[in-house]
Design a protein around this ligand. Structure first.
Ligand code: OXD
Length: 306
């Protein structure tokens, strides 16, 4: 069996070694134009040429959380596109969101400022009931985030395309549920997949439905946010701020107004990093299942877009 590794921005050698060790008998190699035909691909943002030259692939495993870059390419219909099922990303996203939420809720930025001025002053904390958190996107990662937030006793709302029923989450769905979901939430967390329907979804109209003093945490995709609308709503005081891990242009350009905005926190797309050993364990289990003709979880629905 041949496995072809084609991942942008990912050091290949450790992956090639660890995939080789997990799949004894397989020939694992780094894809280069003109490479021999492979059975499976392990990919992250591959070029179109990869799929053009490898139409026989039985499956391509995407080693990041989002599959939007893959769905922009022309891929043979017989090549299954397969997502990892969490693979350690859920816990990281939950950590990231809880950290951003609690930092905002407990006013830790203010205490950092006080420290720089040697000020000893305590501030009141709002009741948690005044900080309902709305999670947009209730897939594997969104549900993990919702459960983690609920552990801290915040009221949790969830919104998804189709109806869901998750303990400790007040679930809304579809276009008709969106407005009520937003109005019931003060902190908005996007864990949505990137699809034509979610592009620009977080704009003046939707963000201004959030409760006054709202806060945005985006760990999904930058193209979901209309950046000028977010800035305006923060500057007008309707939103208290934002914690952003993803941006319309990455890396975020040096002159971008987000960098110096006092109420916007920025991280460089690190909310959930791909963990090599968990990912390889899943890829090898999925290859074994496919070889045995068994179904695998995480098949991407190309129509739906995730
Ligand atoms: C992503 C990732 O899909 O970082 O953005 O995994």
């Amino acid at each position: 069996m041949r496995i072809s590794f084609c991942c942008t921005d990912t050091p290949a050698e450790p992956w090639l070694n660890d995939l080789g060790a997990a799949l004894p008998g397989a020939e694992v190699s780094l894809w280069q134009p003109g490479a021999a035909a492979a059975d499976y691909g392990v990919v992250w943002m591959p070029p179109q040429a990869f799929f053009d030259e490898q139409p026989q692939l039985r499956a391509a495993f995407n080693i990041g959380a989002g599959v939007d870059a893959l769905l922009r390419l022309n891929v043979a219909p017989s090549t299954r596109l397969v997502r990892l099922d969490d693979a350690g990303m859920g816990a990281q996203m939950a950590e990231y969101v809880c950290h951003a939420l609690i930092r905002h809720y407990r006013g830790f930025d203010r205490y950092d400022q006080q420290k720089s001025q040697a000020v000893w002053e305590q501030h009141e904390v709002l009741p948690r009931s005044a900080m309902p958190v709305g999670i947009m996107g209730l897939g594997v990662l969104g549900e993990r985030v919702a459960r983690a937030v609920a552990q801290f006793d915040f009221p949790v709302n969830g919104w998804s395309r189709s109806a869901k029923d998750i303990p400790c989450v007040r679930c809304f769905h579809g276009e008709q549920g969106l407005s009520d979901f937003l109005a019931a939430s003060k902190v908005l967390v996007s864990v949505l997949p990137s699809t034509p329907q979610t592009r620009d979804l977080l704009n003046r109209g939707t963000l201004s439905r959030l409760q006054k003093g709202g806060y945005l945490i985006n760990v999904a995709r930058g193209v979901q946010v209309v950046e000028e609308d977010l800035l305006a709503l923060i500057d007008e005081g309707h939103l208290a701020g934002a914690a952003l891990d993803v941006f319309r242009t990455e890396p975020l350009p040096p002159m971008h107004p987000f960098w110096n905005h006092p109420r916007i926190r920025i991280t460089p797309h690190i909310a959930a990093l791909t963990l090599r050993s968990e990912s390889i364990a899943q890829i090898s289990a999925k290859i074994a299942a496919l070889e045995a003709g068994r179904p695998v979880a995480g098949l991407v629905d190309r129509q739906r877009g995730y």
